[in-house]
Write a new protein. Structure first.
Length: 273
């Protein structure tokens, strides 16, 4: 099974309980520690230790130095082919396909994923993609709750990353939206600057909206204002609520600024007899 975050760890535990740990392979892509948090690596090791299994790795050949941004800069693109994010392809999909070809040539294994009931589209899409290649899939998070083992049931902590983020993706995930990138701006300026430089080197933005590319640099003024009005960098607030709060606070801030400048009479020019 594929395993890297909280849900997939709980899938591993649930599958091992149902089918026995000896029938489970904990397949993982090790990602450069610059963007994969130490607590995520610890979580994987804690779960493997609990199950008494080794982690099996399907890694990019230079995973210790390759970062999502760097593999994109090397390829001079953020996306490949039909629009798949290039870092996923290089760091995960390609090593995974290679591993399956070498280790499961007859398509005998069942590949287990951690999507849950709130993600029906992702479940269907994943099952279809794998099915088209001849592989079976399973989604234990869709099982009855009584069959699911939660990390909290066995006293394993998912890691500090979940205090801020909803997923244990790379910091500066190239698929993530602006709420994630606001956190990167506030907490990992090194990754923000690398991505900004990547946009210059590649000549295209990571993000786009309905009007076309939107560059990171163009968001800095807004993000600085968000910092000034005290917007907490977090994914723990739903995007809609988060941005509604941002709009409200920024409007207040702009009004206050306008009032300040409207009533600022500069220096006193009349302080002598
Ligand atoms: S988690 Fe995000 S940045 Fe990391 S490989 Fe996947 S798409 Fe790329």
């Amino acid at each position: 099974m594929l395993f890297w975050g909280k849900s997939s760890s709980e899938c591993a535990l649930s599958v091992a309980k149902k089918y026995s740990a000896e029938n489970v392979i904990l397949l993982n892509h090790d990602i450069n520690g610059h963007v994969e948090q130490a607590c995520t690596k610890k979580l994987k090791q804690d779960v493997a230790d609990y199950l008494g299994l080794e982690i099996t790795y399907a890694n990019h050949e230079n995973w210790e130095t390759a970062t999502p941004i760097q593999v994109c800069i090397d390829a001079k693109a953020w996306k490949v082919g039909s629009g798949q994010i290039l870092c996923t392809n290089r760091l995960k999909t390609d090593p995974f396909k290679k591993w399956m070809k070498e280790n499961d040539p007859e398509c005998e294994f069942t590949y287990v994923y951690g999507m849950d009931k709130s993600e029906p589209t992702r479940v269907t899409r994943r099952a279809q993609i794998m099915g088209a290649m001849g592989y079976k899939t399973a989604f234990p998070m869709l099982w009855d709750e009584s069959e699911i083992i939660r990390l909290s049931d066995i006293g394993i902590n998912a890691g500090a990353i979940y205090d801020t983020f909803n997923h244990s993706n790379c910091i500066g995930c190239l698929k993530a939206g602006w709420q994630h990138w606001y956190i990167v701006y506030c907490t990992r300026r090194d990754v923000w600057n690398e991505a900004k430089e990547g946009e210059v080197l590649i000549g295209y933005a990571i993000h786009k909206d309905k009007d076309g590319p939107v560059y990171l640099e163009d968001k800095e003024e807004l993000f600085d204002k968000m910092v000034a009005v005290g917007i907490k960098p977090t994914e723990k607030i739903k995007a809609q609520t988060f941005w509604a709060k941002v709009r409200k606070e920024i409007r207040k801030y702009d009004l206050e600024l306008a009032e300040l400048s409207g009533h600022d009479e500069s220096i006193c020019l009349d302080c002598s007899l």
